[in-house]
Ligand binder design. Sequence first.
Ligand code: HEC
Length: 179
Amino acid sequence: MPDTRGQAVWRQSFSVVVAVAIVAGLLLARRARAQAPDASDLAEGMRLFQQKGDCQACHGWSGDGHKTDNQMPDGANLREAKLSRTVLVMTIKCGRLNSQMPAFDKFAYSDGRCYGKTQADLKAYATRMPDPPSTLQAREIDLIADFMMAKIVGKGPMDHAKCVEFWGSDVEACRDVPK
Ligand code: HEC
């Protein structure tokens, strides 16, 4: 009689190995995507940062806090910020309580998804979050976050070389940037 018990055990461990390999593969693929978004995603994230999200109005085009719109509140210098992608995404979705950083998730304060707070709780803060220039979908926030992790967050002061890399060519904005 063949060793069926041994075969069963072998089959079982084989399926465990396969399952582990599949999960590891998926995790690696996710990581790779988070670390290396492709060029067209980065370009779309940059467009959303500049236009729909209008982050630059308060944070400056390079994210250094030199806002492009004088009427807007002073945004933080995001080039010096030490932020994980997770915190970045949450900050964009939920804004910052008691500050002028707006929440871009349409439902941020309707169901407790942000810091467990609702519209009514927000009244308790001295500084009210302004309305966002426009709300953003989860996918758009992901694209902005990928762009920012690649080009802004923790990248230090803008210099001429970084500016050319940022825009893809030596554009007018780079003329005022120190070498
Ligand atoms: C109306 C002005 C305004 C707009 C528009 C705005 N921000 Fe902000 N943001 C601020 C202010 C003000 C702060 C500082 C909040 C504080 O005091 O903690 C801030 C803080 C942040 C922080 C936290 C920085 C840190 O060091 O922890 C991040 C990240 C951020 N903003 C990203 C964005 C992104 C991305 C967008 C566009 C989708 C955006 N902001 C749009 C005003 C703005």
